[in-house]
Design a protein around this ligand. Structure first.
Ligand code: FEO
Length: 184
């Protein structure tokens, strides 16, 4: 008796997401190492923590495939891209990475909707919310770098930014939780 509750297409797209999350973990690991080599220990810490979060995302998708009776396929992941030239490029590439991942999550949502696979549709909603947070966290990085002076940031403001990011929260407050007394 076949107990696989996932269609072939859904199983494939979920397996591809497992690889994407593992790939993101590898990219952020490389950015962390690059930041540390430039003396930004706090920013390195930020990327190392974030790399761990991507592994958690990978684990969630992997577990979901197994929970539904599907087959997980662990494949090779690419080598990370070249090191960024500077912090601005590092944060911009991180933002683009997250936007691309959001597109991949939406592809899962769209396919689940088309197939009326409401279990996968429901599962993917966690990732829709998570991507709002992930994008916001990186937008905040770019904002903070801009306030620090962008390409003309002084050593002192970069030192402060690095110290801040070493201890920054891993979660971003979302609009849905805002109120008049607690706007963020
Ligand atoms: Fe797994 Fe950064 O999204």
């Amino acid at each position: 008796m076949d107990t696989n509750r996932l269609s072939k297409k859904i199983e494939d797209i979920l397996n591809s997401q497992v690889t994407k999350e593992a790939d993101a973990a590898q990219v952020y690991l490389s950015y962390g190492c690059w930041a540390d080599s430039k003396g930004y220990g706090g920013i390195a810490n930020y990327f190392f923590r974030h790399s761990g979060e991507e592994r958690d995302h990978m684990m969630k998708v992997m577990q979901y495939i197994m929970e539904r009776g599907g087959e997980v396929k662990i494949t090779a992941i690419k080598a990370p891209p070249k090191s960024p030239k500077n912090l601005q490029e590092c944060f911009e590439k991180t933002f683009q990475h997250e936007v691309d991942n959001t597109t991949a999550i939406y592809d899962i949502v769209n396919l689940a909707h088309d197939e009326k696979d409401w279990a996968t549709y429901n599962f993917a909603q966690w990732f829709v919310k998570e991507q709002i947070e992930e994008e916001k966290l990186v937008m905040d990085l770019l904002d903070k770098l801009k306030i620090a002076g962008g390409p003309k940031a002084s050593d002192e403001s970069l030192f402060n930014l690095d110290t801040y990011l070493g201890q920054a929260p891993d979660d971003a407050p979302l609009a849905r939780d805002a109120s008049v007394n607690k706007p963020e």
